[in-house]
Design a protein around this ligand. Structure first.
Ligand SMILES: *Cc1c(COP(=O)(O)O)cnc(C)c1O
Length: 341
């Protein structure tokens, strides 16, 4: 088979429909065996649970071609595990993590022609999701669900180098204490749209959300966890029940400890400490780690010593090591690289 005709180096982050997607339906208390289908559209009743009460969760991960000529995915078992947790919180039936990994594998293999070539910087973004599909008018969980996976090729996140971001302290909250901030659900994103559009209008790249209880502690951005580097070379990352446990952040913490021999503190981070850090980065699947150059709190500017032109030295080392592991250039911890073919 031939690669599809895509200009890999000029790809952005958009939806490109590929040939196949996976779908499994939950009905009468059980998941069916699941199939691949060429049909990218979904027909739903107007009263479907997802449309009325936003009963929907998702995941995001990447597949890519490595140095050694394989197509692989990065730690898909952790996405499967996290999606089980998201499902439980929204009273949805969990799609078992082993089946999740199998379904990711099948979907990527069926779309192998859309996996960007090694060295292009582009990847195949994989989007598993699940939603309540039968009609629900009284407020309660749906009885029927669809678990689906589609994928779409996306371009390199940093085109022409990673430029440090300017972020602002948001006046809006992302997640309530004891709420749903720790699961990957569409509802957390729906309510963040106004905040991100406002931030963009004001000239900022992202929002820094503080803890809604006291507004004194750093939580995360709309879609990425924070990593800070102290002036004496330690990694500090916020610990909170209302942030989403990023797989990238957890992987970078391991890389910092085990590959770079650094000390890592996972703890509450006061906003007042931010001015004392040497570097700041945002961790997530899409960018791995994006450097932050400046945080603005209602006119008060906090500028990190790493500056506004390039990644700080520690952020750079973390980025190079984790992307090296992902691409097969650096030996990976056991179980991190899932070979699809
Ligand atoms: C998906 C997501 C992240 C990043 O998680 P990864 O597993 O590293 O991709 C961080 N914060 C939020 C709110 C997210 O939805």
């Amino acid at each position: 088979m031939e690669k599809v005709n895509i200009d890999w180096s000029n790809l952005g982050f958009g939806y490109i429909q590929t040939k196949e997607r996976y779908v499994s339906c939950y009905r009468d208390g059980a998941w069916d065996e699941g199939v691949l289908t060429g049909d990218a559209n979904i027909v739903l009743n107007e009263c479907a649970g997802v449309l009325q009460y936003a009963q929907t969760i998702f995941e995001g991960l990447k597949a890519y071609a490595t140095d050694g000529g394989h197509i692989v995915a990065f730690r898909p078992d952790l996405n499967g595990e996290r999606m089980e947790a998201s499902a439980r919180r929204l009273e949805m039936p969990a799609f078992p993590r082993e089946r999740f990994v199998e379904a990711v594998t099948k979907t990527v293999a069926a779309n192998r022609d859309y996996v960007p070539p090694y060295g292009s910087g582009a990847t195949l973004y994989i989007r598993p999701f699940m939603f309540g599909s039968n009609s629900v008018i009284g407020v309660k969980p749906a009885d029927e669900y669809q678990f689906r996976i589609f994928c779409t090729p996306v371009g390199p996140y940093f085109k022409g180098g990673a430029k440090p971001l300017t972020i602002c302290v948001s006046d809006f909250d992302r997640a309530a204490p004891h709420g749903t901030g720790n699961i990957k659900a569409g509802l957390n994103y729906a309510m963040s749209l106004h905040a991100i559009v406002s931030a963009h209008k004001n000239g900022f790249d992202e929002n820094m959300y503080l803890d809604p209880g006291t507004r004194t502690k750093v939580e995360e951005t709309g879609g990425a966890n924070f990593l800070f580097v102290t002036k004496d070379n330690k990694i500090v990352t916020p610990k909170s029940d209302s942030i989403l446990p990023s797989i990238t952040r957890r992987s970078l913490v391991h890389v910092a400890k085990e590959y770079l021999g650094m000390e890592v503190e996972e703890r509450e981070v006061l906003f007042e400490e931010v001015k004392d850090f040497a570097e700041c980065g945002l961790c997530g699947t899409a960018a791995v780690i994006s450097p932050v150059g400046k945080v603005v709190d209602h006119g008060r500017e906090i500028c990190f010593p790493s500056g506004m032109t390039e990644m700080g030295p520690v952020t750079r080392k973390l980025y190079d090591t984790l992307t090296g592991i992902q691409m097969g250039e650096i030996e990976a911890p056991k179980g991190w690289i899932h070979i699809i073919e």
